[in-house]
Design a protein around this ligand. Structure first.
Ligand code: 4NP
Length: 151
């Protein structure tokens, strides 16, 4: 059975596009579908932030084919695992869930690296390029573990 994984942040232009690109690079596309979305609607239809594109490119991950979209209730039907970047994303996604089963699909992506610590991938949008490097390194570690679990 094909597993479906959704990466979620606020804008779907900085963090979740990198998470999507990283996981896609590490799994068999025939076995795993990976997508991303934002809880907000500010960047629907937008390309990823140029700083996310640059940090991905530096590490050999091309995210230029992605376009921003907003998370919807339908995503609970369409995806098996929903990984969020921070506690605010978690609350916004959980608010749209209509059952325990749907809620159980949602987790903080850094729980994979630091279980039970409620660690967040910090929003890099208003900071400098260094923040995007930091985000990339965190997501690289987390997606290594997710890819291993899915293999
Ligand atoms: P992201 O970063 O959630 O990692 O995509 C953000 C991008 C845009 C905004 C906030 C966060 N914004 O407010 O426009």
């Amino acid at each position: 059975m094909k597993m479906k994984v959704l990466m979620v942040c606020l804008g779907n232009i900085c963090r979740s596009p990198l998470a999507e690109g990283l996981l896609k690079a590490k799994v068999d596309a025939k076995k795993v579908t990976v997508d991303s979305a934002g809880t907000g609607n500010y960047h629907v239809g937008d390309a990823p932030d140029p700083r996310s594109v640059a940090v991905g490119k530096k590490h050999g991950v091309d995210i230029t084919d992605q376009l921003g979209r907003q998370f919807t209730k339908q995503d609970f039907q369409d995806f098996d695992f929903i990984y969020v970047m921070d506690n605010s994303n978690y609350r916004n996604v959980i608010e749209l869930a209509s059952s325990e089963e749907e809620k159980n699909k949602v987790s903080l992506i850094l729980d994979k690296v630091f279980p039970n610590e409620e660690a967040s991938v910090p929003d890099p949008y208003t900071g400098g390029y260094h923040g995007f490097e930091n985000v990339y390194l965190m997501l690289d570690e987390a997606t290594d573990i997710i890819a291993e679990e899915l293999a």
